[in-house]
Every structure is written in C-alpha cells, then in structure tokens.
Write a protein that binds this ligand. Structure first.
Ligand SMILES: [Zn+2]
Ligand SMILES: [Zn+2]
Ligand SMILES: [Zn+2]
Ligand SMILES: [Zn+2]
Length: 556
C-alpha cells in the first residue's frame, strides 16, 4: 500500500487502554523510529542495514482467552511492534518505487482491494483510528492498518461498524476495550462532504473551460493528473479536524477537486459526443460523419434535431410525384435536349464522372422516378446521397462548430444537401424577427425565381443535418445549387452544396451565406438567405470572421 505523505505520521498503532508502562514502551519505539527517519532519508540504505519485519506472525489483537487486562495489554504491545514494521515496510517499498519523487501527484494508484475489515484500533500517536485490513489476493501476513481515508469501501466500513456494535452488546468493560468502536463511517463521510461544501465551492463552467483550454495546450504527460481518492480523503480529513488553517493544502485540495470535476465533465462530454455521432449516422447513413471537440467542453449540439431531408412545416406539402420524366436510353450529354434538364430548358448538369459541368446559378434537373433510366444513370447524383466523409468539429477560433472534409474532394463533387424545415416566407419573416443574428443565418430563401417574391424558406435552426454546422466564408470552397428531382415545384428546389474547387482532406468546408441560388439571368445577385434582414440596423450585423482576403467583414 502506498502511504500518502499527508498522513505520514500514521506509522503505528496502539490501544488507548494501554497503561503508563506500555505507553512508555510505545513512546520509546516511536522515538527510535523518528531517529531512524530523521537520520536516514535514504530508505534503501536503511533497508540493507536493518530488517524491516522483525516479527513474522499473524497479527491478532483480540485474545479471546485473555481473562484479565494485563494479559491483553502485553499482547497488544508486542503487536504494535509488528504493525509498525509492517506499515513501515510498505511505506518504504513505495518510497523506493517512487524513487526520489516527492510530489504527491506523482504516485501511482495500485489495485489493492479490501477483502475484509478485521479490526479497528485508535492510534493515539497519530491521533486517528486505524482499521486492520485483509487484502484480496494477499495473505494475512500482508494485512495492514489503514486510516479510514485510505479506504474506499464505505459499505464494508459501515458493515464492520454494525457488527462491532453488536459484538459489544453485553460485553464486559474489558472486552469492550478490546472491541473498540470506530466512529460511524457514515459520519466521517458526511464530515468530508460538509468540509468540501463549505471550503471548496464547485468550479464554474467558465473556470473548467479555461482550465481545459490551458490543459489542451500541454503535452499529455504534462497535464494535471487525478490523484487517488484516498489521498484526497486523507487530505480533507486532516484539514477538517485540524484547528489551524492551512491555505496551501486547501488550495491544493481545491485544485484537485477542480481537476476531478474537469475529468468527469470531459469524460461525460466525450461519451455524449460518441452517442450523438452514432445517432446522426443512423439518421444519415451515407458517408460517415464524425464528431470531434478538442477545443472546449461543449457537448453535442442538441438544440437542433437531426434530419436527412426537408421537413414540411404545418400546412406545407412537399410534392413527391413528378409529372414528367425522360425517355432517354442512356442519359448523357448527347441527349441533353431530351433529358430532364433539357426539357426544362437547361443544360445537362453532370459529367460522366458525376461532377458538375454547369455554372453556379444554373438549376440541376436530375432524373426522377418517372424517367425510363435506371439507378446507374449519370444524371442521378444528389439522390444517391453523400459520398465524402465529413467531420463536425469545434473550431478553436470562436466560430463554434464547423465542418471539415475527412478526405480529398474533387472540384464539382456533390458534398452535402442543405436541409431544414420548409416554412412559408411569411413565417420566415416572423421567425427572423425573433431570431438573433446567429439564428437568422439558418434561414435560407428558396428564391430560384428571382424577381418574384419567393414563397418558401428553409429554416435549419432547429431541424437540419451537418450542413447546419458549415460556416460562412467570403471565399468559400462550396457553391449552392438548386436541384430538382422528384419535387418539380419550381419554388421548392433542394439546396445542394458542391465543391467549388478541389478540397483537401482536413480542410474546413464553407459556403457564402449570401450566395444567391437564383437564376443568373436575373439582376438581383445578392438575395438569399437574408432578404429578411436587409433592413437590419448596422450595429446588429454579425461580424464575419472567415479570414479570407476578400472578406466583407459583415455577414449580411
Ligand atoms: Zn437518367
Ligand atoms: Zn434522360
Ligand atoms: Zn431523366
Ligand atoms: Zn468574410
């Protein structure tokens, strides 16, 4: 067992029933020990000179055959010697193991598990009660005496306490002295809790956040470690029963509690993020979307419900029955005029490698369920889902969550669809007034037919997919396109993000929140998403932090 330095005086045990003569013997022993300790800091040297365990025998305090006090006492005196040696031995071993390190946080936790609490004695020398412990997988000769703070088995202590209470019922005074009653362990637990409550206010979220960010910058081996529970308990117990304040120790306890809390919060956060990651990949089972937050303690973004396609708001119907399809044998550039796009008066959108071949502002008409072609048709891209692994991650420059590519993406590739709740423009007007600047950036007008008043708006504030987390850039690597598949309502295109240029693995993906998706033939090039807030006063305009050379400095 390791012996925390905070209770380094607890090296021996004695009975408070010892008479003067025995006291003396114990005191002499104590003096001797102190000399040893003072005069010899080099533990290994002492070990070679002096055997540490002089008496190898089963430690047995309670002699049931004893009929009078003196018999009991003399036995106890001899036992004290054994106990002391055993404790010193374990302590020395630990000191040896730890080398010259004296930092309390450097000690390593060992897996010693309590099998049974055998006995309890009050040690006057160290002024604390000690429990005799039988350890799992260790013989009785390895039993040790431990202060309560060392023991994490509160249930066993309570059990022992109850048993001892029972044993003492009807016992003679002499027997009672042998069967010492420990303080109710439930009380000491309470005292510890009370002390912590009074002197160690729990760290605020902000404090933990600051600590986390500081720690993240350190190499892993330099980060603060959680010291074993029992060392904490011992330190708290020592302060709780001491009458003189010890600011240094208190500060150390507070720091430790903070580290503990940080570890707990971080552990919970990682677990929550994993759970969220699993959930969203079940909802959107295409290329994997991972979640990572090494920047702060923010948990999963649960204020938004994850969806994989438009969600119709009350009173809105999203058509799914196209009135027309193409009859091409093989949908390709050759039959551009008669394929879906051509019939609508537009170009064929894709190369044979499923990359865009049209300019921004042109709509995409993919083949639909009425078309004669099969699922392998090159004019079916968005409908097959995302192909590139992405990651929702916490940015470290104050831009909240962002999204990055987890593989290289070629220019013209479909990356992700912008989905959300489809609401009427009137509703969007209302919501826009209530939303703060951040909320408003999730409103995206479906305004393909520029010039006409748009009928619908997509609101991704509370329903969305990973596109919800894509940040704005004034020099984005994604473009937005209007896509029609099975819903041919010109006022309700799907909004799809395509790579504007080659995107490298690890690069953050972005689009211009102010990019118009409208027909390029129209005059009004700045339309979506924020016609709603054009009248917003200057002071309310959110600042752009995209960092690109041509940054407009404000979002809208
Ligand atoms: Zn086709
Ligand atoms: Zn076709
Ligand atoms: Zn078609
Ligand atoms: Zn910018």
């Amino acid at each position: 067992m390791e012996s925390p330095i905070v209770i380094s005086s607890s090296n021996s045990s004695e009975r408070d029933s010892s008479p003067e003569s025995d006291q003396e013997g114990v005191n002499n022993n104590k003096r001797k020990r102190l000399e040893d300790e003072e005069g010899d800091l080099n533990v290994s040297k002492r070990r070679s000179e002096e055997p540490l365990v002089r008496v190898k025998q089963k430690i047995m305090f309670v002699d049931e055959t004893a009929t009078d006090d003196s018999d009991l006492k003399s036995k106890s005196c001899e036992d004290v010697e054994v106990i002391k040696e055993n404790k010193d031995k374990t302590k020395d071993e630990d000191n040896n193991k730890a080398g010259t390190k004296d930092d309390e946080s450097e000690e390593e936790e060992e897996a010693w598990e309590v099998e049974e609490i055998i006995d309890y004695q009050y040690c006057r020398e160290s002024e604390e009660g000690l429990y005799q412990v039988k350890w799992i997988n260790w013989g009785q000769e390895h039993n040790t005496w431990e202060p309560e703070a060392h023991l994490e088995c509160k249930d066993m202590l309570v059990e022992f306490y109850k048993m001892r209470l029972k044993e003492r019922e009807g016992a003679t005074p002499a027997e009672k002295r042998a069967l010492e009653l420990p303080p109710d362990p439930r009380e000491s637990f309470q005292i510890r809790q009370d002390f912590i409550r009074e002197h160690c206010p729990p760290p605020s979220k902000k404090e933990l956040q600051a600590m986390f960010i500081k720690e993240q910058k350190l190499a892993i081996h330099k980060r603060a470690k959680v010291i074993p529970e029992k060392m904490m308990n011992a330190a708290v117990d020592q302060l709780a029963k001491s009458s003189k304040p010890n600011d240094k120790k208190l500060a150390w306890i507070r720091e430790q509690l903070k580290i503990r809390e940080l570890h707990r919060v971080r552990g919970q956060q990682i677990e929550d993020l994993k759970k969220y990651e699993k959930e969203i990949n079940e909802i959107d089972p295409h290329a994997f979307v991972s979640i990572l937050n090494d920047a702060d303690l923010e948990g999963p973004p649960r204020q938004m419900q994850y969806i994989n396609a438009y969600k119709a708001s009350d009173g809105i119907n999203i058509p799914d029955d196209p009135f027309i399809g193409c009859e091409c044998e093989n949908c390709e550039l050759k039959c551009e005029k008669t394929c879906c796009g051509g019939v609508a008066g537009f170009q064929f959108a894709y190369t044979k490698h499923s990359k865009l071949r049209i300019d921004v502002g042109q709509p995409i008409y993919e083949c639909n369920k009425r078309c004669a072609c099969g699922p392998e048709c090159t004019n079916r891209v968005v409908q097959k889902g995302r192909k590139h692994k992405l990651q929702i991650y916490r940015t470290d420059n104050g831009c909240g969550w962002g999204v990055r590519a987890m593989e290289n993406i070629r220019a013209g590739s479909f990356v992700v669809e912008y989905v959300g709740e489809v609401i009427t423009s009137d509703e969007a007007e209302e919501r826009g007034k209530k939303y703060d600047a951040e909320g408003r950036t999730y409103l995206f007008d479906l305004d393909f037919n520029l010039g006409d008043e748009n009928l619908y708006t997509v609101d991704a504030a509370f329903y969305g997919n990973c596109s919800h987390f894509i940040n704005h850039s004034c020099d984005p690597n994604l473009n937005i396109f209007n896509v029609y598949i099975n819903n041919l309502d010109p006022n309700m295109p799907q909004l799809c993000l395509f790579a504007r240029r080659e995107i490298k693995r690890g690069e953050q993906i972005s689009f211009d929140y102010c990019q118009s998706t409208g027909n390029v033939n129209s005059q009004d090039l700045i339309a979506s998403p924020l016609k709603k807030v054009k009248d917003t006063e200057e002071k309310e305009r959110p600042e752009c932090r995209c960092g690109s050379a041509n940054c407009r400095k404000v979002l809208f």
